[in-house]
Design a protein around this ligand. Structure first.
Ligand code: HEM
Length: 428
């Protein structure tokens, strides 16, 4: 046998032995699921890189039930009581290291802190600036002004023929979140396009999402092509740009800035700690978290309503009753508007995929299945939001805002009684 052939045979033998060993010893081998998921995570990975992950996992739940093996150390969970246990306040289920691998910055931020002892204080520190009272008091007029500008632009484009609703909603969401994070307007709705900082930040986030699945693509950072550099090697540019958020927050000369408040709270209360790099990273997190989510949701909402002339007319009639100077408080009392928002979030929510968490010491028992410690459990909104066991209307796939106002008892009636008990006290 030639030496090359020997190497090939050896490699094949090593692979076969590794696969067999994984399949025989994997901690999820007793759980329901396709046989090959005992041996490899490549089928799941294929679903991820082809953009099919939520549909693949949903189809496995339909076939195998609420607890299904996705890979040797990864399990899909579509059971509401289990969801509550995993995501409740003070949970012992830590974020998986997927979040760490996603982190592209010099320090972890609120998204990528795995240890609850680190994550808890940071979240507490940021949450005051996101309280409803603080936001309404300090930011309502800014949001209102930008929303009006977005609508004026959509109307002007529509009068000319076609309005790119997605573009304007994305600019609205980027402008609001950038203003919150930096304390000054980026003026993108006025320009009609994103500025360089936002454009590169979005590319960098996309690059991070790609690299977390295919780490070898990190090598692309050495390719001297601007568009590739922006996606895989723009950290320095972005961190430098985010220095402006620190400047504005520390000087406190500009308009309201959520980080000026965070720093003030930190100094006043004496708990938590936030340095300049933390402010840069959290400012970018706010923009990343607030832009695509809100822009995409608003686009789906517009699309869902415009397809239903009756619904559009009813919504117009409801909002026609508002005074010109209406406030956020007045909108809370509009049942149809709120039902349309809830139903859009249910069917087209912008975060439908897994929120991976790790089973703590001692393992757990979900739906009669023991899951050992260290296994990653994935809960995905896409499946929960379409589960006929959870929603009172069996046509769960249909966009039906009425489900949220079907009873005079309020929106909670959209959920089945069992689901209502299970979802109480969930902390996302
Ligand atoms: C329709 C809009 C939105 C949706 C569907 C959404 C969804 C979510 C989900 C599912 C998580 C949990 C992520 C995980 O555990 O992996 C999350 C976390 C977070 N979101 Fe949003 N979000 C939206 C808008 C926003 C906005 C506008 C902001 C800020 C301006 C924001 C800031 C955050 C932050 C800071 C976290 C991390 C919280 C933590 O780890 O403690 N989100 N969001």
């Amino acid at each position: 046998m030639s030496s090359q052939l020997l190497v090939v045979v050896l490699v094949i033998v090593i692979f076969v032995v590794k696969f067999a060993y994984t399949g025989l010893t994997c901690p999820t081998r007793h759980l329901p699921g396709p046989w090959y998921t005992r041996f490899t995570h490549y089928r799941l990975k294929r679903a991820v890189v082809t953009g099919q992950r939520i549909f693949y996992i949903d189809s496995l739940h339909k076939q195998y039930g609420p607890i299904v093996r996705l890979a040797p150390t990864e399990v899909g969970v579509a059971d509401l009581n289990a969801f509550k246990e995993i995501h409740k306040i003070g949970t012992k289920y830590m974020k998986s290291d997927w979040y760490l691998r996603l982190a592209n910055f010099p320090k972890p931020g609120v998204f990528t802190m795995l240890d609850p002892r680190e994550h808890g204080p940071r979240r507490k520190l940021l949450s005051r600036s996101f309280s409803r009272t603080y936001l309404v008091e300090n930011w309502e007029s800014v949001v209102r002004e930008k929303a009006l500008l977005a609508l004026t632009n959509i109307k002007a484009d529509a009068m000319k023929g076609t309005a790119d609703v997605y573009n304007w909603w994305m600019l609205l969401a980027s402008d609001v979140s950038a203003h919150l994070a930096f304390g000054e307007s980026f003026g993108m709705l006025e320009m009609g396009h994103a500025n360089q900082f936002i454009r590169v930040l979005k590319k960098l986030t996309m690059g991070a999402g790609i690299m977390v699945e295919m780490p070898f693509l990190r090598l692309l950072r050495f390719v001297p092509v601007t568009s590739v550099q922006e996606m895989f090697n723009a950290n320095d540019f972005i961190l430098k740009g985010a220095g402006r958020a620190v400047e504005m927050a520390r000087s406190r000369t500009g308009e309201a800035n959520i980080f000026a408040k965070v720093i003030e709270d930190c100094e006043k209360e004496g708990d938590g700690h936030i340095d300049d790099m933390d402010v840069r990273i959290e400012a970018m997190n706010v923009i990343i978290a607030g832009t695509d989510t809100t822009g995409v949701t608003l686009t789906y909402l517009t699309w869902a309503v415009l397809q239903r002339p009756d619904l559009q007319a009813a919504l117009e009639a409801e909002t026609a009753g508002l005074d010109d100077g209406f406030k956020e408080n007045d909108l809370i009392n509009l049942p149809l508007l709120n039902a349309v928002i809830e139903e859009t979030l249910r069917l087209y929510g912008a975060a439908p995929s897994s929120l991976p968490r790790v089973v703590p010491k001692g393992g757990t028992n979900f739906g009669g299945h023991y899951i050992p410690q260290g296994v990653t459990v994935d809960t995905q909104a896409y499946t929960f939001h379409r589960d006929p066991e959870i929603w009172i209307d069996p046509l769960t796939q249909v966009f039906n805002p009425q489900r949220w106002i079907a009873s005079d008892k309020g929106v909670a009636e959209a959920l089945s009684p069992a689901a209502k008990t299970a979802v109480s006290n969930i902390d996302l």
